[in-house]
Write a protein that binds this ligand. Sequence first.
Ligand SMILES: Nc1nc2c(ncn2[C@@H]2O[C@H](COP(=O)(O)OP(=O)(O)OP(=O)(O)O)[C@@H](O)[C@H]2O)c(=O)[nH]1
Ligand SMILES: [Mg+2]
Ligand SMILES: [Zn+2]
Length: 326
Amino acid sequence: MSSQNPFLLSLGWSEFFQSSFEKCQLDQPATAFAAARVVGQERGHYRVMVKPELILEAVVTGKLHKIAKAGDAAGFPAVGDWVAITLSAGNRKAEIHHVLTRKSLVQRKRVGNKHQNQIIASNVDFLMIVTSLNEDFDIERLGRYVDLGQESGVTPVLLLTKTDLCLDSEAYITKINSKFPNVKAFAISDRDPGSLEALQVFFSRGMASVLVGSSGVGKSTLCNFLISGDSQKTSEVSTDSRGKHTTTARSLLLTRWGGLVIDTPGMQEIAVVGEVQAESFPDIEDLILKCKFTNCRHGADPGCAVVRALKDGSLENERWQAYLAR
Ligand SMILES: Nc1nc2c(ncn2[C@@H]2O[C@H](COP(=O)(O)OP(=O)(O)OP(=O)(O)O)[C@@H](O)[C@H]2O)c(=O)[nH]1
Ligand SMILES: [Mg+2]
Ligand SMILES: [Zn+2]
């Protein structure tokens, strides 16, 4: 594994990750690891990029699962992570043995679970805080996102979308500049490609960004422009009952300028600290999959993984109640 591997370099590999990788390899000389980057994650299933155009389904090894489980959510791989893998199933699947040391980590507190934070993205340079210039605009919430970026070691950037629908974008910009003098802010619209070209510096080769913000503000629309017609996009969106395309999983994509971007689901999933928002429960959904019966009612049914987890304390009752009340 050479640090000069052009493919790895184009994906953001550096000496920093190389040395973490070498350490894993030294600790386990009998296993030949390859480096890969986590580009997708949904409910305990991962997708890792191993080579250009080669994305494999991946799971964590039992050993890593055990170690991660004993700590907090940060022990599990997240989108953006570099990982040490081996190939399995005739090179069609990957097993993740180690998460390489992270350069940065954006994470959130979970509603109803003090011990399990929610990882938004790892190893990114910019936290792109997306808000549309309408009902969604909430300067206090933007402030919490800015704080989150700063606490995570990631530079926050404000993207004000849908300027085409707003008569006084200038007023918003003035307000934002006075409230956040040290944060760069851009007014953009997907109807105005020129406004998007201004973002090139953040999405160039060697840079990685994560898009966060409420549902419907235009994160995926921006992503679409950034990846310009990459077919991966469509696999990441599902149509909900109202016929709305909404992002359901995090994914890392290569931009037209050679940088990387991570799209995330909107606020239904990402709860801002201090705000009680509906959120997803991937840990509980994973548990439910382990119940003996598919129609388990998570009460008196035998072999219930939820009841077991509540008993052994790995699932807090508070979090289970939050799930039930969602
Ligand atoms: N007028 C206008 N509409 C836009 C703009 N950007 C996005 N939209 C529209 O806003 C709607 C929501 O956009 P998405 O990109 O799916 O929003 P999202 O932030 O990814 O939403 P979630 O995946 O649910 O978090 C779509 O109908 C877009 O066409 C814009 O600049 N101007
Ligand atoms: Mg989306
Ligand atoms: Zn059950």
